[in-house]
Design a protein around this ligand. Structure first.
Ligand SMILES: Nc1nc2c(ncn2[C@@H]2O[C@H](COP(=O)(O)OP(=O)(O)OP(=O)(O)O)[C@@H](O)[C@H]2O)c(=O)[nH]1
Ligand SMILES: [Mg+2]
Length: 358
């Protein structure tokens, strides 16, 4: 079967960017059978006419939507209009450099079903971003990794620049809630191999940004809609129950070893702590994170070491908070300890989800 590529490019008032973009795409994709499908939400600056004016010289066409607005739905509609068996998605404002297209295309040719242009792998980056924007972007990636396990092997799941085989989304209902269509594809799509290609996100030279604070909130709503809420909430509850069982093991053993085996209580406590960490580990491995080690039990001991390390930091955190709140904030030590336990539980859960049972 011959391969052909459809680029889906959402546009809204991007007239000044169209010609340089189309020329750069043509230069990058010489020798590739491709088309560029622009989805324009009835721009008033002549964007659609500019594209039509190029149609004789370049393989471009424009679909103008008059009844809808929105980046995500434009991309979803565009995928429907795409004639190729490979689809690429990119912005029109030249922030996604067309020079990266060949690398994405080759990754697909070599067997990847999804190729993501990534700011967060070696060689990638964001030109001219201040600290605040960096932190927000990384925070968004962290949220995706935490709540959507399917995105964990992707460094830049928020990328708006990617390519995929159309078979990945065939029969899949893509809901354009948020504006990050890649998230939808990562969570709902059918693929085995994904490759990330580094790129530098450029600053916008012409035209203006259409995305504001509302979009950031939409993002959270989107992640919420995509996550397997019952499973992830159930996981957290199991984790807390296992933690509770660990307290029983700890207290019980401390008592038995001190009262009946005649050990010095601090010595009993050290044994009790480690035993409860190990019993917590075993219960979590078989119960809480059962679905996370489908590749067999061979890393059982490696995970056990990681779990121990996480617990050690957790204990340190608990003690530090106990000390700070009691000695400096004047809280009763039992109350301080509850805060310490809450913080340690939170830490343990995050670190174990994202590291031990990644
Ligand atoms: N069809 C359509 N395209 C849109 C809409 N909103 C934005 N776009 C296009 O989607 C692409 C990305 O939008 P931008 O406003 O550049 O968003 P961004 O790159 O995240 O933000 P900046 O870094 O500030 O540029 C551009 O090609 C826009 O023209 C929309 O409502 N409909
Ligand atoms: Mg942009």
């Amino acid at each position: 079967m011959t391969e052909s590529l459809s680029l889906v490019i959402p546009v809204f008032n991007e007239r000044e960017n169209i010609i340089p973009l189309v020329e750069a795409i043509q230069q990058a994709l010489s020798g590739v059978d491709y088309e560029a499908v622009f989805i324009d939400d009835d721009s008033k600056d002549g964007t659609a006419d500019t594209i039509r004016g190029l149609a004789g010289r370049f393989p471009v066409r424009v679909v103008v939507r008059r009844d809808k607005r929105g980046l995500a739905s434009a991309v979803v509609d565009g995928i429907g209009f795409a004639g190729g068996n490979i689809v690429g998605v990119m912005d029109a404002d030249l922030q996604h450099p067309p020079g990266v297209l060949p690398a994405l295309y080759q990754a697909i040719q070599k067997g990847a079903e999804v190729a993501v242009a990534s700011r967060y792998v070696k060689g990638g980056g964001c030109e001219g971003w201040g600290l605040v924007r960096r932190v927000i972007s990384k925070g968004a990636v962290f949220i995706a990794h935490l709540f959507l396990p399917q995105t964990r092997n992707v460094h830049d799941p928020m990328s708006g620049f990617f390519m995929f085989r159309k078979t990945v989304v065939e029969g899949v209902a893509l809901t354009p809630t948020g504006y990050k269509i890649l998230l939808e594809i990562l969570v709902k799509g059918r693929y085995r191999q994904l490759v990330e290609v580094p790129y530098q996100f450029r600053t916008r030279a012409k035209g203006e940004s259409k995305l504001g604070v509302k979009t950031q909130l939409d993002y959270l709503r989107h992640v919420y809609s995509l996550m397997d809420r019952r499973r992830e909430l159930g996981r957290f509850l199991k984790f807390c129950l296992v933690g509770g069982s660990g307290v029983l093991v700890n207290v019980g053993l401390l008592w038995v070893l001190t009262e009946y085996a005649g050990l010095f209580y601090l010595f009993s406590s050290a044994i009790a702590i480690e035993t409860s960490v190990l019993s917590n580990y075993i219960f979590n491995d078989f119960l809480t994170f059962r679905d996370r080690h489908s590749r067999g039990q061979k890393d059982f001991f490696k995970r056990m070491l990681k779990f121990n390390a996480v617990s050690l930091v957790g204990v340190g955190l608990n003690l530090a908070i106990l000390w700070l709140l009691t000695s400096f904030a004047g809280l009763h030590y039992i109350i301080s300890n509850l805060f310490g336990i809450a913080a340690a539980t939170f830490w343990n859960y995050l670190a174990n989800v994202l590291w031990t049972w990644r």
